[in-house]
Write a protein that binds this ligand. Structure first.
Ligand code: NAD
Ligand code: UD1
Length: 340
């Protein structure tokens, strides 16, 4: 049985990916320092899969501690989710973002070299396309200028991994550029569990729908889009998780050292369409007002899904209605999120 080391596997996307890997016959080892997730996630994963995964509470920047994981397990592939991801916070504490995101990636690469592990999937983001609105973004679209340190960490890590792969021809690396992951597992047992007041649209809508927040502010209604609000490519987190399994399978057979794939649905949904879809899912109105544009937002962002479809055989199965209903189930079953 092939073993995948999932760093950040206790987080939102990582935990859903652990389930998909398990369902596809992989053995999974999780490393997470719990900086943005709660240990309860591991209990929930056990409830869903019937299996207790091997878990290490380790900071991936600490290569000496992380070495133990490579010594104790025969790792075949790594999926590196571990990282900090809040755009606004990255502007206030940029050094933490650069050292955590880049430091953890470098430590993982050094250990992959030391232990002869060749396959790596990295969580990148559509944010590397910058503020261009030449949609859909294809994997060949030029990389842009990022507007915040978080985005630059993804941009820089992509470059670091290209250089790393050049220096070690045995490496097989997949850069997955996620669009907007939303939704939750169908069980309602795991989902996105942000600390404090959410910045992203879906967690915010969920809390308004659930009554813990009063009202959603829609950032801008004067964009050049059909209803004036921004379009984004929301992708169900369970589809995204499936995309990682496809990427691991691809790495097991490819000859290419670095491969890049967008993971999205190829469809743009406006903020107002998202609100309407959520209202349908929860059965009541979601109070919202229109406010000014949020600095740094672009009007339109969606993926070309052609390459992921043709090369990985990946196609998202779920639409906005399933994204909203799963989010709502997670919200109603866990109104306060998970306990520490
Ligand atoms: P998340 O915060 O829920 O998960 C990340 C996990 O990594 C957390 O459990 C956190 O405790 C852990 N972690 C952070 N730094 C660590 C370190 N140094 N050592 C060990 N563990 C560490 O975030 P997510 O939404 O699941 O995102 C996963 C990855 O995907 C991140 O790299 C993120 O930047 C990237 N990504 C996310 C989105 C999104 O919208 N959620 C979009 C594009 C890319
Ligand atoms: C954000 C990040 C991006 C990251 C992505 C991951 C910013 C500027 N960008 O993208 O780097 O990769 O998350 O999912 O933070 N909106 C509202 N009201 C709200 C919240 C959001 O109207 O309270 C709107 C936004 O203006 C945007 C859309 O909803 O048009 C989606 O916003 P969000 O969920 O924050 O995602 P992105 O901005 O696309």
């Amino acid at each position: 049985m092939s073993t995948v080391l999932v760093t950040g596997g206790n987080g939102y996307i990582g935990s859903h990916t652990v389930i998909s890997l398990f369902e596809n016959g992989y053995d999974v080892v999780v490393v997470d320092n719990l900086s943005n997730s709660k240990m309860e996630v591991q209990n929930r994963l056990e409830k869903i899969t019937g299996k207790r995964f091997k878990f290490y509470d380790i900071d991936c920047c600490d290569a000496d501690k992380l070495r133990v994981v490579f010594e104790e397990n025969k790792i075949d592939s790594v999926i590196h989710f571990a990282g900090l991801k809040a755009v606004g916070e990255s502007v206030s504490i940029p050094l933490d973002y650069y050292s955590n995101n880049i430091g953890s990636m470098i430590a993982v690469c050094r250990l992959m070299t030391e232990f002869g592990v060749n396959n790596l999937v990295f969580s990148s983001s559509a944010t590397v396309y910058g503020s261009s609105e030449d949609v859909p973004f294809t994997e060949e679209s030029p990389l842009g200028t990022c507007t915040n340190p978080y985005g630059w960490t993804k941009w820089m890590i992509e470059q670091i991994l290209r250089d790393y792969a050049k220096s070690e021809p045995s490496k097989r690396i997949c850069l997955l550029r996620y669009f907007n992951p939303v939704g939750a597992h169908e069980s309602g047992l795991i989902g996105e569990d942000p600390r404090g007041i959410p910045n992203n649209l879906f967690p915010y809508i969920s809390k308004v729908a659930g009554g813990t927040l009063e009202c959603l502010t829609v950032f801008g209604d004067d964009y050049n889009t059909p209803d004036g609000t921004c379009l984004r490519d929301y992708i169900h987190v369970v589809d995204l998780a499936e995309g990682h399994v496809k990427a691991i399978k691809f790495l097991e057979k490819t000859e290419d050292s670095v491969s890049v794939f967008n993971l999205g649905t190829g469809k743009g949904t406006s903020v107002i369409e998202a609100v309407k879809a959520f209202e349908k899912a929860c059965g009541h109105e979601i109070k919202h007002v229109f406010g000014p544009r949020r600095p740094g937002d672009i009007a339109v962002c969606y993926a070309s899904t052609k390459k992921a479809e043709e090369v990985l055989g990946f196609k998202a199965r779920y639409g906005i209605d399933e994204m909203c209903s799963s989010c709502w189930k997670w919200q109603t079953m866990n109104p306060e999120g998970l306990k520490d």
